[in-house]
Design a protein around this ligand. Structure first.
Ligand code: NAD
Length: 252
């Protein structure tokens, strides 16, 4: 119960890693607001959080819209109170080679990951400065560390999130606020599906990645949620500007 009395916002909390983080933070004692474009999914996770005995809220918002984000965060403040923990998890992962990549695909990827992280962070920092305590955890990727073919826009966005986290850690450290990135390896979630199904090519990639990992498996949302719970905790107050990479030893 290390997070008892804390209020957390998890963007992208309706599915996959974000859902896993919501449930773990709730188990550790936090109240949790889910900010997601998927209203039905967010409402489902909010019910699960409530079932764990915590306060919860589902807010429908697109992280690329500053107006929607600010309205959602105002709703969170009204319902739960000031925000202590922000997890920027909302994301997409569409594979396309650079040669075939449209300007729209590039802009969408950069907007959701980078502008979304900017919008949500900017909206909650005043609460954290006021409390002289805060935890900002940004979900990057091993693609942002080592790069991934078919995902140059995603790799660029995730490397940007790492730079954002390191810069902001320097700005906010003196105010008791830590900022870190988590760079997961392959985690089996709906992001790997195309139109609701796993293609045979993707299935092969998933199996090959598991075989390359030292632990001979891909990750689960709970693996990332555990790292997030540590970074959100009081014990992690000396841990800032870092990239934690739960990846099962998948480096090559
Ligand atoms: N699954 C992996 O292998 C993996 C690996 C490394 C990093 N990540 C990152 O983890 C995060 C979560 O991914 P996941 O695998 O759980 O995928 P997911 O598809 O299960 O969840 C992503 C969530 O983000 C939400 N979302 C998408 N665009 C949004 C927007 N504009 N505004 C608000 N919400 C939006 C979706 O509705 C969804 O609920 C992403 O940032 C992803 O890049 C995933």
């Amino acid at each position: 119960m290390s997070l008892a009395g804390k209020n957390a916002i998890v963007t992208g909390g309706a599915s996959g890693i974000g859902r896993g983080i919501c449930l773990r933070l709730a188990r550790d004692g936090a109240n949790v607001a889910i900010l997601d474009v998927n209203q039905a999914g967010a409402a489902g996770v909010a019910s699960e959080v409530a079932g764990l005995g915590r306060k919860s809220l589902a807010c429908q918002a697109d992280v690329t819209s500053r107006v929607q984000v600010e309205a959602a965060i105002a709703q969170v403040r009204q319902t739960l109170g000031p925000v202590h923990i922000l997890v920027n998890d909302a994301g997409i992962g569409k594979f396309v080679l650079l040669a075939e990549m449209s300007e729209e695909a590039w802009d969408e990827m950069i907007a959701i990951h980078l502008k979304g992280t900017f919008n949500c962070t900017k909206a909650v920092v005043p609460d954290m400065v006021n409390a002289k305590w805060g935890r900002i955890i940004n979900i990057a990727s091993t693609a942002g560390l080592g790069g991934a073919a078919g995902l140059v826009h995603y790799s660029a966005a995730k490397a940007g999130i790492i730079g954002f986290s390191k810069g902001l850690a320097q700005e906010l450290g003196p105010m008791g606020i830590t900022v870190n990135a988590i760079a997961p390896g392959l985690i089996e979630t709906p992001i790997l599906q195309q139109n609701g199904v796993i293609t045979s090519r993707m299935q092969k990639f998933i199996e090959q990645t598991a075989a390359r990992a030292a632990v001979r498996r891909n990750g689960a949302p709970e693996d990332i949620a555990a790292a997030c719970a540590y970074l959100a905790s009081e014990e992690a107050s000396f841990f800032t500007g870092q990239v934690m990479s739960p990846n099962g030893g998948m480096y090559t």
